[in-house]
Design a protein around this ligand. Structure first.
Ligand SMILES: Cc1cc2nc3c(=O)[nH]c(=O)nc-3n(C[C@H](O)[C@H](O)[C@H](O)COP(=O)(O)OP(=O)(O)OC[C@H]3O[C@@H](n4cnc5c(N)ncnc54)[C@H](O)[C@@H]3O)c2cc1C
Length: 380
């Protein structure tokens, strides 16, 4: 097994370092978090830099890199700014991989070049007030009409819906169907008449806006169907591991940022005449934090390797997402303890990651659901 980073991957990561230093330095991350101002301008810049085309074919404008390189880039983005990694993930892991996996040839030809240039944004509209973990309980309907569907229903907690070109909405299009059957993914242009959005307030991830969306008799043409009619859930299952890998990479980047911040503080903060990092209790805490981060990272790299080599990875994707998100909560809780009042200040990056971290054990599927999935995969 080879854990080394190639010269090319190193060059790509250096370019990510320079990209973030130029466009989203730490003071700007802090300012935007306080102002609740998402750095949407990053997407076209990521496109120009070639980041959004990393895993895609050259014929669409991509560069055909493997998923290990994609995971390394996401981890590095997450290290600097979760918001940058999640913009990347929504575009590449959700939008791009959905089009490539179950989009039609015409949809790929039309949309992939735009997506890779950073000129096309998607939002996944799956969750509903009555359908969270139990996504199959969704009630948003696409009633078949001449030339398409009339969509009625409500979605909630949809990230960055206000700036998406398309809401990729899971709608029940097969009358009388139940559960995971009969659902289709419809690419609905955000500006379509009958769509009403209300912003939701929340405790963290201030640069990732969240929206409640009402679909009121929205006409959607047949050309908006992504994948096959009535097979939307199967399609989503086909691509979930890309998003889970994306979230795990983003979160592991944040984990490492927390450990590095805590180590710096332990060396600099003097109490009782010595840096607090000389106290064995602090050293052991930091040693445990780094060890858990390395464990989570190994699970991510195994997942990335499985994806890169085209192998089945349902269990490993759930494990990587589960371990990464629970590790972040562990390390950032200890990070707050090591920084104490310095971490509690609104000027501190530690408190931002502490607030943001709460999302990841339920966003994109809760830890309980990941455990259910892992249990099923091991035969229970
Ligand atoms: C900031 C944010 C951004 C989001 N972005 C999006 C987005 O872009 N698009 C989108 O579609 N959704 C999005 N979501 C929704 C997110 O995916 C859901 O919150 C998540 O799937 C969990 O659903 P729920 O919150 O309704 O929790 P529930 O499903 O109500 O779960 C509540 C509790 O019950 C547990 N539970 C439920 N069922 C079981 C079971 N079978 N076994 C064991 N335990 C169970 C859960 O694990 C959890 O602990 C976002 C949410 C947030 C907060």
């Amino acid at each position: 097994m080879d854990f080394s980073i190639s010269d090319e991957q190193r060059l790509i990561l250096d370019s990510v370092d320079r990209f973030v230093a130029q466009h989203l330095p730490p003071e700007e991350v802090r300012r935007r978090d306080r102002a609740h101002e998402p750095p949407d301008f990053l997407i076209p810049l990521m496109g120009e830099q070639g980041m959004l085309g990393l895993p895609f074919e050259e014929r669409y404008g991509g560069s055909g890199h493997d998923w290990i390189t994609v995971a390394l880039v996401q981890e590095r983005l997450g290290y600097y700014a979760a918001t940058a990694a999640s913009l990347f993930s929504t575009t590449v892991c959700f939008g791009g991989m959905s089009l490539m996996t179950y989009g039609s040839v015409a949809q790929r030809e039309e949309y992939m070049p735009l997506l890779i240039k950073g000129r096309l944004r998607f939002a996944l509209a799956l969750t509903e007030p009555g359908a969270g973990s139990d996504a199959g309980a969704l009630t948003t309907r696409g009633s078949p009409v001449d030339g398409g569907w009339r969509v009625n229903g409500r979605k909630t907690w949809i990230s960055a819906a206000n700036v998406a070109d398309f809401l990729v909405a899971a709608c029940r299009t097969v009358p009388g169907s139940k559960g995971n059957d009969g659902v289709s993914m419809l690419m609905i242009p955000r500006g379509t008449s009958g769509i009403h959005m209300t912003q939701l307030e929340k405790v963290g991830n201030n640069c990732l806006t969240s929206w409640d969306i009402a679909f009121d008799d929205v006409f959607v043409p047949r050309s908006a169907l992504l994948g096959e009619d009535g097979r939307g859930f199967r399609h989503l299952m086909q691509t979930l591991h890309f998003s889970r890998a994306g979230q795990a990479a983003n979160v592991i980047g944040q984990c490492q940022a927390v450990v590095d911040m805590a180590v710096r503080h332990a060396k600099e903060r003097v109490q009782f005449g010595q840096p607090i990092g000389r106290f064995q209790v602090i050293q052991h805490r930091l040693a445990d934090m780094q060890t858990r981060v390395d464990l989570a990272r190994l699970m991510l790299y195994r997942l990335a390797w499985l994806i890169a080599t085209g192998q089945r990875c349902r269990k490993e994707a759930a494990q990587a997402k589960l371990v990464a998100s629970e590790t972040l909560q562990y390390v950032v809780d200890h990070g707050m303890q090591i920084l104490a009042s310095a971490g509690y200040s609104l000027d501190s990056d530690m408190q931002r990651i502490w607030r943001d971290s709460r999302l990841y054990t339920f966003g994109e599927g809760t830890s309980e659901i990941q455990r259910n999935l892992i249990a099923r995969e091991i035969g229970l």
